[in-house]
Design a protein around this ligand. Sequence first.
Ligand SMILES: [Zn+2]
Length: 257
Amino acid sequence: MHFFDSHCHIQDHRIFPIHKAVLKRAAAAGIDKVLCCGTCEQDWEKVAALATDYEMIIPAFGVHPWFVRDLSGKWYDKLENLLLKFPEAAVGEIGLDHLIKERNDIEQLNVFSRQIELAAKLKRPVSIHCRKAFGDFLKLIKHRSVIPCGGVVHSYSGSPELVRKLQSLGLYLSFSGSVTYDKNSRARLSVQAVYDNYLLIETDSPDILPSGYQGLNEPANLTAIVNSISFLRKSNPEHMAEKTYNNAMKLFNFYKD
Ligand SMILES: [Zn+2]
């Protein structure tokens, strides 16, 4: 059985000091690959170092909407250079967040759209964070040609109605530990609405612990998410693990035509 954790942050200051043990436990749990997403200029080098040291880690570099105000004047050039240095890297975590209190929506949209354009230029898939901002999101990504190499909306907890629209744009939907909570009825319905070929799973480590778990979240806990998703989709864990692994391998370009 293969597992692909399609979104996590091993460079995060809470989990980085114990990353060796975390990655060992991931390997022991059968996790083959993890996409480690950068979030700000300050953490990109750490992501790059982790990807260099561990075969299991696929890097993604991007500016998360929470950190747009911390950008230096050189961020765009730095990002482009890093992406060129790592041809297997995706662009992420990027996006829009209308749930945070102190924010500048115009600035968020500007930084997001520049990164979307960069991903298209360099032919990379994107890993997207979108909370309460699907209106602006769909205005920017009107057509699948805007994201020619596809992408994923991570930790999806939007409506089941929106699932079809996002899939038609070439976007995969990734589900995190939030689907393991009975009270999250919307995400649990959405997980049932996704086509098999657009489904991904993730831990978003070190956040979003699955129900019943304690401490910091880590990629080894992906098995709990597979179990929940299998139950909700009336499937079995082997099939769901294999299917989501193959989908992620395809999206992140590890299967060449
Ligand atoms: Zn994240």
